[in-house]
Design a protein around this ligand. Structure first.
Ligand code: FAD
Ligand code: NAD
Length: 532
């Protein structure tokens, strides 16, 4: 019989051998073992170095965050004699803080006026009432944000009551009980970024009976009411109608706020309460009421359908085409399809039906004739307030947007745009000042062309919509992403991971990122802490 030789292809897998004679098993397993060992060592090395790099990166940024360099103090003028302008920013929300973070604060004497001394990361606010995220993890003091900017920033804990665009003053009133004052703050430039409040459409009984979800105190109120109501219900015997009413939780408004909160609430019932109060948890019901035929109307239709199907599976009672007409202390009165009336008893009611202007915006609408829109402040394409274009800007939810929803994404982009504009404006003023102070003809014409070129670069605000994300419960989310002219829809578990990473990336500080990541990990292993 002829004998063949197999050519050796590569060590150590193939060995020169004769047909019918297998390679010695001992040698083969030895070579596998050595390759395996090599890869394990490589894996361990990679893990070690990436952990080390990650730790160094986080430590360095944490150090930088908690030890910011010295700031340039406020002053009346620059070294060349040009007067430093007073820039007053109203608000500490998405618009104001995005502006503050991006602006070179050494170029202006910056004063921030807001009744809220911290920034609130609203996208994760619906996770806080049930304890998925701790409230302190999504707030950041305005003083620490301001301290990390190049120039000194003054903060006044007060509410703006009125604006006089002619005299360029803002009337402010302190919110601190210990130090009450009402005074005028002068400005050269004013940025109004005061947000909006939850609208009730003047539906009777909403104030006094319903809870809102806009600020951190709202989340605290919901948490307290939720826990109290559950305890109260447990004192009634099973099948008692009062127990059934108390265990009915109604959310009004099928926009993203209502949907995300209803989803978090149902998660809490299914994943936590079911362990500690199994019988009672089975009796709890979450009802989501929406006046339109669908929830989440800013999302793609396939995603809306996915969310509605998931709600049906997760036992969230979705009642669409149902508008709340009045609210009583123990039940709501609704109209279905505009006709059939029905009363829904509730133990806790959360109201999330969109935005309306706050008092200060209404005051401005009343006194500036160009402000003719009742939904929000009117601005031009450079974000200047109509009627006070030369000195007042308005950004974020307090403005009447056309074409896009009032979101953090819009307010953030507007804030960053305004920071760039204010930087450029000062460069122009510096050049104009230099021009005033020189008699050299060639220098004057060079400065003039530089000024013209800079002025031509003061572009208008151009919003880039990146898409929308929403958590819909049971560790699933939906994402409607936009890139250029294309759009992509993600749903389910993968979208949930994307949602988590997107929000971690959006956080303003490493500190918040660490706290939020720790909260998620804690919930995974230990469950939610919903103690009040
Ligand atoms: P805000 O962030 O509301 O800030 C307003 C600021 O003005 C506050 O600091 C307030 O204290 C201050 N202020 C109020 N009155 C006065 C006054 N008289 N004088 C001075 N200061 C005053 N958007 C997204 O893009 N993605 C999300 O996932 C998302 N999730 C959300 C979840 C919830 C629960 C809510 C309520 C909103 C969410 N939004 C989200 C919308 C987003 O939060 C808003 O669009 C964004 O906060 C608007 O920014 P703003 O700066 O205009 O107002
Ligand atoms: P919204 O305006 O988006 O939705 C409110 C919903 O309430 C509407 O669908 C409306 O039809 C319904 N409604 C109004 N009156 C009603 C009534 N009497 N009875 C029953 N339903 C009624 O409001 P929102 O969810 O509070 O959001 C406010 C803004 O914040 C929006 O621009 C939203 O895009 C943004 N936001 C975004 C996210 C996110 O991107 N994940 C999360 C929260 C909020």
């Amino acid at each position: 019989m002829q004998r063949f030789k197999v050519t050796q292809i590569s060590k150590p897998f193939f060995h020169s051998t004769e047909v019918g004679k297998p390679a010695p098993p001992q040698k083969l397993s030895k070579s596998y073992a050595s390759v395996f060992k090599k890869w394990v060592v490589r894996g361990l090395k990679l893990t070690f170095y990436s952990t080390l790099a990650g730790t160094l990166y986080v430590s360095y940024h944490l150090y930088r965050e908690s030890n910011p360099p010295k700031q340039i103090p406020q002053s009346s003028a620059f070294a060349n004699g040009l007067k430093k302008k007073e820039l007053v920013i109203l608000g500490t929300g998405w618009g104001a803080i995005s502006l503050l973070k991006k602006l070179d604060t050494s170029l202006y004497n910056v004063t921030v006026v807001s009744p809220r001394s911290f920034f609130l990361f609203t996208p994760l606010l619906p996770s806080t009432p049930v304890g998925t995220i701790e409230m302190k993890s999504i707030v950041e003091p305005v003083r620490s944000i301001a301290r990390r900017t190049p120039g000194e920033v003054h903060y006044i804990e007060a509410e703006a009551l009125d604006i006089d665009p002619k005299a360029k003053t803002v009337l402010v009133q302190s919110v601190s009980e210990s130090e009450f004052f009402v005074s005028n703050v002068n400005y050269d430039y004013l940025v109004v970024s005061v947000g909006a409040k939850t609208t009730t459409f003047n539906i009777p009984g909403v104030y006094g009976n319903a809870l809102f979800l806009k600020e951190i105190e709202d989340a605290q109120n919901i948490r307290m009411k939720l826990m109290k109501t559950i305890e109260q219900a447990s004192s009634f015997p099973r099948n008692d109608p009062e127990r059934k009413r108390l265990l009915t939780f109604v959310v009004v408004g099928g926009g993203p706020t209502g949907v995300e909160f209803a989803a978090e609430l149902q998660d809490y019932v299914d994943q936590d309460l079911s362990k500690w109060m199994p019988d009672l948890s089975k009796e709890m019901s979450v009802i989501l009421i929406e006046a339109l035929p669908n929830i989440l109307n800013m999302f793609d239709k396939t995603l809306i359908k996915y969310a509605e199907d998931l709600f049906a599976r997760d036992r969230i009672d979705l009642q669409v085409n149902t508008a709340v007409k009045s609210v009583e202390p123990t039940y709501i009165h609704t109209l279905q399809g505009g006709q059939k009336a029905s009363d829904i008893p509730y133990g806790m009611l959360v109201w999330a039906t969109g935005n309306e202007p706050i008092e200060l915006s209404k005051v401005l609408m009343g006194k500036v004739p160009e402000q003719t829109n009742k939904r929000g402040l009117l601005i031009n394409d450079k974000l200047e307030l109509l009627g006070a274009e030369e000195s007042v800007y308005a950004i974020g939810d307090c403005t009447a947007h056309t074409g896009f929803f009032p979101t953090a994404q819009v307010a953030h982009q507007e804030g960053e745009y305004l920071a760039r504009t204010l930087d450029k404006k000062l460069e122009i003023e510096q050049l104009e000042w230099d021009m005033l102070n020189t008699a050299d003809e060639t220098k004057v014409s060079r400065l003039q062309s530089e000024i013209d070129s800079k002025k031509s670069k003061l572009d208008k605000f151009n919003y880039k919509h990146m898409g929308a994300l929403a958590y819909i419960g049971s560790e699933t989310a939906i994402a409607d992403l936009h890139m250029g002219d294309s759009s992509y829809q993600l749903k389910g578990m993968f979208a949930f991971l994307f949602w988590k990473s997107a929000y971690l990336a959006m956080c303003l500080s490493i500190r918040n990122r660490i706290l939020i990541a720790m909260d998620w990990t804690k919930v995974y292993f230990l469950g939610r802490d919903s103690s009040v």
